[in-house]
Design a protein around this ligand. Structure first.
Ligand code: PAD
Ligand code: ZN
Ligand code: ZN
Length: 376
């Protein structure tokens, strides 16, 4: 490519600090170094985790930063030592890398990687710097991906090559929200046929949990949200009933216990609210219920519960990126989507041009959108 090895000037949505609108700026994107890949982003979803940074809920994030982590694009160029990926390939950047060599990567039960960005949390990629500059100032990277930019540079262990015919404006959701929710049901909970599930929070991730529970054969899927506008879509995607905790003036776990013969088999918290996590845990059956935490709580938030609640046989687990080993499974999920094993199109409620990114965040905050996909 003509741009290979050169600095690219392009547009990006820069976040200069919390509680400020994103600013579309011209940035410079340096060429990929050893084991790095430069990607032309074609489409990106807006996930609640991006908004957590904007609202200041994650106080460890450094600024200025380019957010966005649910993208898909086309490789522009690759650095030295990159194998298996070349310019022109369609790819999805990955929030959880897969080095293939560490203790987690070698354990079939784990999908984390020692080289993950959650632990690192310093706004850089593996070589401890980023390839972005704006007005002469270095700009940080988010979750090793940064997709709110026309071009990004990611580590080669954090990129999955996908099918040449994949529609990028749809499969971008496989980069975070869809895979996270769907995998929480399939991989982390291992939902069994005939079981009863409760999903707390019916945003893009929660609705993807519902899709997973349905594919796994759950017989009852109870959607829980304080925004009743989310119920119609939840039912369309597989919820058998939907309830609003605000309609009850007693502890919500009691309500669910009555409805489900003493508690659900699987409870999913997909909001990031520690009180709801506690409520989900007590809503799971005392002898055989499993609770999965998917929501990301604000920094320093604490969950508290009487340990006796677990002693009778409950299980509490967490799930990041739905338990998928990213580079192995993302290409397969894209093929499963193309083969109609699941349909994620209904999660996309809005499509906007990249320059309308702040409008996209507004739609999420107003509870009007499930996923807005921005096209670049
Ligand atoms: P979203 O904001 O679209 O959906 C959250 C839903 O929860 C909304 O429909 C709200 O109305 C509802 N809600 C809020 N408060 C309550 C409450 N007290 N009781 C019931 N319902 C409530 O977010 P999303 O679906 O994009 O993301 C959900 C969470 O998952 C969020 O915390 C995000 O950061 C996290 C996430 N985790 C991972 C992971 O790998 N674990 C990946 C992606 C997102
Ligand atoms: Zn996300
Ligand atoms: Zn690893």
């Amino acid at each position: 490519m003509a741009t290979s090895g050169k600095i690219i000037k392009c547009k990006a949505a820069v976040c200069w600090g919390p509680n400020k609108p994103l600013s579309i700026e011209e940035i410079e994107v340096a060429p990929p170094k050893d084991h790095e890949v430069r990607i032309k982003i074609v489409a990106t979803g807006i996930c609640r985790s991006d908004e957590h940074v904007l609202s200041g809920a994650l106080d460890y994030v450094k600024f200025p930063i380019i957010l966005g982590h649910e993208g898909a694009g086309i490789v522009e160029s690759v650095g030295s030592s990159v194998t298996g990926i070349k310019a022109g390939d369609k790819v999805i950047p990955l929030i959880v890398p897969q080095c293939g060599k560490c203790r987690c990567c070698l354990n079939p039960e784990s999908n984390l990687c020692y080289k993950n960005y959650f632990g690192k949390c310093d706004g850089t990629i593996m070589d401890n710097s980023t390839r972005f500059t704006c007005k002469g100032i270095g700009v940080y990277n988010f979750l090793g991906t940064s997709t709110f930019t026309e071009y990004t540079v990611v580590d080669d262990i954090s990129v999955a090559k996908i099918h040449d015919d994949a529609p990028l404006d749809k499969v971008c959701l496989i980069g975070c929200g869809f895979s996270t929710g769907y995998g929480s049901a399939i991989n982390t909970a291992k939902v069994k046929p005939g079981s009863t599930c409760a999903v707390f929070g019916l945003g893009g991730v929660g609705l993807s949990v519902i899709i997973g529970c349905k594919v796994a054969g759950a017989s009852r899927i109870i959607g829980v949200d304080i925004n009743t506008n989310k119920f119609a879509k939840a039912k369309e995607l597989g919820a058998t009933e939907c309830i609003n905790p605000k309609d009850y003036d007693r502890p919500f776990n009691e309500v669910l216990a009555e409805m489900t013969d003493d508690g659900v088999d699987y409870a999913f918290e997909v909001i990031g609210n520690t009180e709801v996590m506690e409520s989900a845990l007590s809503s799971s059956h005392f002898g055989c219920g499993t609770t999965i935490i998917v929501g990301v709580a604000p920094s320093n938030a604490k969950m508290s519960f009487d340990p006796l609640i677990l002693l009778t046989g409950r299980t509490l687990k967490g799930s990041s990126f739905g338990g998928w080993k990213s580079r192995d499974h993302v290409p397969k999920l894209v093929c499963d989507y193309m083969n109609k094993k699941f349909n994620l199109d209904k999660l996309i409620t809005h499509k906007l041009g990249f320059e309308k990114i702040n409008e996209g965040f507004q739609l999420l905050c107003n509870g009007e959108s499930i996923r807005t996909v921005l096209t670049l």
